[in-house]
Design a protein around this ligand. Structure first.
Ligand code: BGC
Length: 709
């Protein structure tokens, strides 16, 4: 993994001393939409950035968001952040990063703008699909592995958006009131470990305000916490348009000013900063520090001098990378419910099959905002299922509901700093006709006992940068269609392709529910393998699926999605921390995920060895198929004298077991990590005197209990 060394810093200092003020200024603001200026006389190249978390974005012109429309920027499309988190498998998060890093290098990039590490505070956040989880530990573990994978290729990862960019509404201005405890325990930990444990070389400052200060000018976030407390000596880049005030950002630890507009010379760290330094209003030493951060990262990435010859070359759109995207997708799909063992479907016992739903015949890589990907291919569910089952099953497809095809406007980013309006179109009439057709077919298939698969959910008209969803309901009248299908056949297999939870009012009638996320270029194939049992699902939810939006703490206790100001009044009680503590029933709990086999847990032993806590237990595969379990460790802190959540995730592992196999499993973690909490009384991290420990398959399905103290 690439890290910044003392030698990199020395080199950066030496070069900075040789530069004119104009040259230095050129290195700390965009000279184009995605790169800074070079200093050819000193052999310093441009620093090239590109989006984003699910693959390397297509080429735009330097001074225009319009795409270049060539074929050499077609790339592999990786499963979304939520899907990667859903594997609960750091080895796969690492592979995600490794593929992305190789592709970024292959495309000539220096910094890839991901992973997106913001916490899923509300199901409505438009960028939830990019984000990993409602839980800081899961986000940090998967995020760290991803970053380490990226940086193997002499490319910098850029965890974003620092910090608390958990809503899109008014994202440039919204002021978020967040307690120090919630920042420390929920919103910052994944960024801390990204820079301290994974060694991220860069980080992106968020658009929003936290406690009254823009993130890109916050002395508390940038200087106090990131630079001083965490010792970050890499490069901080603004989100595109995140720097608004030259002086306020110049004096804090943010280095590079990028933006979405074409007036590059007038970016805040361009001419305005140059003039302020010349006028003696801002010290040149502040500019030097920023340039040194950029150069140190460049040197660590082997971008300077002869080191260039030894820099990794990367590769993209390869078959090897494609195969990896399939491996990741296979472990991210979550089997939410399989009450009648309808799944896996038996290929040899089926002669015809009905597939209903617009998301069956749809690809998603071409939307979402800056995470958009020009994929070399993307297998839709319909494509995947047809391709997998072959010619002996007669597959009928019915659209079922009307969802107009997303066509992300090529130059949307030009206007992305403006708040946007609700886009949902009312196509009720057409929807009714499509529904009637699908239900008629369903009646026919149900009468002969042939299976029906529904594939619906959201798309990037809803899971979308710069917008939050207005509600948690399924769009396009899908509820009515699903209701009708379930009346005809309660064993209809319901598959959802989406980045955020939806309300499921019909769920008491449904026996079989599968959650597929936006799952990368091989998504449809991984889904087919899962539905037909070639893959035993092992994805687990990285977030709670609440029954209804009104149950969600961000939307009921706190405020969410407002312009101007939102209050994180739910404090640390985000997601399951709230539902478990307050006994609020949920649709599917955090960590939940079924498979085609079952696991037994037993014989928990808890030992303290030096500074470590070690849990050993037995895990047995009690079914007839090989499968992967995800044992999760939760703590209940005791004796803190402060209010604490009932359960907090502190560790997990993923274990593959053959049918009937029994194995000892170990989860080990530093004692301090198990007992740590942010004490509001002390205004600092403290250790609880004792804790109960729970191991289970989800936060709602705990199987073993122990204690430390
Ligand atoms: C997004 C960032 C992205 C940047 C560059 C902004 O709109 O918030 O996540 O990396 O644009 O495209």
């Amino acid at each position: 993994m690439t890290m910044i060394s003392e030698a990199n810093k020395r080199k950066a200092r030496e070069l900075t001393q040789q530069m004119t003020l104009e040259e230095k200024i050129g290195m700390i603001h965009g000279a184009a939409l995605f790169h800074t200026a070079a200093v050819p006389r000193l052999g310093i190249p441009e620093m090239v950035f590109d989006d984003g978390p699910m693959g390397v974005r297509a080429d735009t012109y330097d001074d225009n968001w319009a795409p270049r429309h060539n074929t050499r920027d077609e790339v592999c499309y990786l499963p979304s952040g939520s899907a990667v988190a859903s594997t609960w498998n750091p080895a796969l998060a690492f592979e995600t990063g490794r593929v992305l890093g190789e592709e970024a290098r292959g495309r000539g990039k220096d910094v890839i703008l991901g992973p997106s590490l913001n916490i899923k505070r509300s199901p409505l956040c438009g960028r939830n699909f990019e984000y990993m989880s409602e839980d800081p530990v899961l986000t940090a573990v998967q995020g760290d592995a991803y970053i380490e994978g990226v940086q193997l290729s002499d490319v910098a990862a850029c965890p974003k958006h620092y910090a608390a960019n958990s809503q899109e509404t008014d994202r440039l201005e919204v002021d978020e009131t967040i307690s120090e405890r919630a920042l420390r325990e929920i919103y910052l930990p994944a960024f801390r470990s990204a820079v301290q444990d994974a060694g991220a070389l860069t980080i992106m400052g968020a658009y929003n305000k936290v406690n009254g200060r823009q993130c890109c000018e916050s002395p508390m976030l940038l200087d106090g916490i990131l630079r001083r407390e965490w010792g970050f000596d890499g490069l901080v880049v603004s989100d595109w348009g995140g720097i608004k005030d030259t002086a306020k950002s110049a004096v804090v630890g943010i280095d590079v000013d990028m933006n979405v507009t074409y007036d590059f010379d007038d970016y805040r760290f361009g001419r305005p900063l140059l003039e302020a330094v010349k006028a003696g209003e801002i010290a040149e030493s502040l500019v030097d520090e920023k340039v040194e951060h950029v150069l140190a990262v460049m040197d660590a990435l082997k971008m300077l001098d002869d080191a260039r010859k030894g820099r990794k070359a990367g590769s993209y759109a390869t078959i090897g990378h494609t195969a990896k995207t399939l491996d990741i997708a296979r472990e991210s799909i979550v089997l939410l419910r399989n009450d009648h063992d309808v799944l896996p479907l038996d290929r040899s016992a089926i002669s015809r099959l009905l597939i209903v739903g617009a998301n069956a015949d749809r690809i998603h890589s071409l939307g979402g905002g800056s995470a958009v990907i020009k994929a070399i291919h993307e297998i839709s569910p319909l494509n995947g299922i047809n391709g997998f089952v072959g010619g002996n099953i007669d597959i009928t497809y019915a659209e079922g509901y009307y969802a107009p095809q997303v066509n992300q406007n090529d130059t949307w980013q030009e206007d992305s700093l403006e708040n946007a309006a609700d886009k949902s179109a009312d196509e009720a009439e057409r929807a009714r006709r499509l529904r009637d057709e699908a239900l008629a077919l369903a009646r026919d298939f149900a009468a002969s006992g042939d299976p029906i698969i529904f594939v619906g959910g959201l798309n990037h008209d809803h899971d979308l940068e710069a917008y939050d969803r207005k509600g948690m309901g399924l769009p396009y009248d899908q509820d009515a269609l699903i209701d009708g299908l379930l009346d005809i056949d309660p064993d209809t297999v319901l598959v959802f392709v989406a980045g955020s939870p939806v309300e499921m009012p019909w769920q008491p009638k449904a026996s079989t529910i599968v959650w597929n996320w936006y799952n990368g270029m091989e998504s449809g194939f991984a889904l087919a393998e899962t539905l037909f049992g070639a893959v035993n699902p092992s994805g687990h939810l990285p977030e709670t699926f609440p029954v209804r939006l009104a149950d969600c703490p961000a939307n009921s206790i706190g405020t969410f999605g407002l312009e101007g100001h939102v209050d994180y009044a739910e404090d640390i009680y985000v997601g399951y921390r709230y539902y478990q503590t307050k006994d609020v029933p949920v649709l599917f709990p955090f960590g939940h995920g079924l498979g085609y086999t079952t696991f037994d847990y037993g014989d928990l032993q808890v030992r303290a060895i030096d500074d470590m806590i070690r849990l050993d237990f037995h895990l047995t595969n009690t079914g007839e198929r090989a499968g992967k379990a995800v044992p999760q460790l939760y703590v209940t802190l005791e004796g803190t004298g402060e209010d604490r959540p009932a359960l907090e995730l502190r560790g997990f592992t993923k274990v593959a077991l053959e049918p009937g196999e029994r194995r000892q499993v170990t989860i080990e973690l530093p004692r301090d990590e198990a007992l740590r909490y942010w004490s509001t009384k002390a205004g600092a991290f403290a250790l609880a005197p004792a804790a109960r420990l729970h191991v289970g398959e989800s936060v709602g399905d705990l199987r073993l209990e122990g204690r430390i103290g």
